[in-house]
Design a protein around this ligand. Sequence first.
Ligand code: SF4
Ligand code: SF4
Length: 439
Amino acid sequence: MFSGFKGGIHPPENKHVAEDKAFTNLPVPQMCYIPLSQHLGAPAKPVVEVGQTVTEGQLIAEAGGFVSANVHSPVPGKVVEIKEINTVNNRQMAVVIEAEGAFSSSAQPRQTDDWEKLAPEEILRRIREAGIVGLGGAAFPAAVKLSPPKDKKIDILIVNGSECEPYLTVDDMLMQTFPKEIIDGTRMLMKVLGVTRAIIGIENNKKKAVQALKKTLASMSIKEDIAVKALRTKYPQGAEKQLIYSLTGKQVPSGGLPMEVGVVVQNVGTIFAAREAVVFSKPLFERYITVSGKMINKPGNYKVRLGTRISDIVEECGGLKGEPAKIVIGGPMCGLSIHSLDIPVVKGTSGILFLSKDEVKTGDFSQCIRCGRCVAACPINLVPCDLGNAVEKNRYDLVEELRPLDCIMCGSCSYSCPSNRPLSHFIKLAQAWVRKQKK
Ligand code: SF4
Ligand code: SF4
């Protein structure tokens, strides 16, 4: 077993709430709210008009630049509005589609293509066309990540199955349910990158997933060198730089990308979706998510159409037990809290948590007592207390040398602080200040 990176924390895992719950398909919503910016990069540009009829999976907005992604209709129906809506990150334009008519693709037997006969360029083209983005939460367009500059030689693909965020179990269930597809998808991306080696990294609290992948791998006769490695369960094991270090010992330089050390990282959910795009010509119009927390009646792992509002999901999951103290999109460490249920599920939504009072850290923060716990927890070797103190005192002149831009926003420092100091929030302010100075 690999021991891994410096720092990190061990928050309560709380995986038991949804763990081992097999995937359930949630019903298709009557109205879908599909934002044009569900990815990092430029928003997609709509190619449909109000009143137009669309089919399931039809392109409704095309990538607005190299770092951008196509957006497809999750349902057959009619475009009823193109308007600004609230999303988890911001207010932005969205195509609103009312479901009607026949489900042209999901109701039909699926046509399959043998990806092994396809050229790498064709595989990449299909991934780009299908609007595949990183489904671990970052939503970076997958085709861009799979197209490193010519001078960056990639020699290893890392498959991120660590799922280190508490509560989330969707990747665990994907690996248990679809091990063959994930290995197949891994081989497919290896072909695109021209690499012969891949490592699937999984935290050792997902024993069934590790076993499923190892057993499937042993039963396949393949030429590629693919290894499944169990990693120590420690947050943030799934952060790219930490995962690369844990699996290979390579250190991505400050401000650098994984490709600088010859690595590309893709999440297991992204690999699964990419394979579906290539083999079944299926655009990314639905995804698997975890719904969890003490305040939801039926926690579990669900397949859901993109554009489904959280309010529809709550209804389908048996409603709430009472008023949640906090609703979080994503995991509790890196996720964002929301204050309205009118927000749609998008490509980057890995989970929705309905948390009770006793699951949430509350209360005012107090002075730093220089205990050093935040420094010990930081996986990037930053000094979060000094960054927090500088921001609190408006001493922005001190922040740049404390390297706030290296912060990966994992929240380990805030979690560790006995004074309840909102350190990652302070660091976000420091980052904004430094970025503004650089413009
Ligand atoms: S400073 Fe940033 S990287 Fe370090 S623990 Fe805090 S949030 Fe994580
Ligand atoms: S953990 Fe909190 S109290 Fe301790 S040094 Fe860091 S900021 Fe200060």
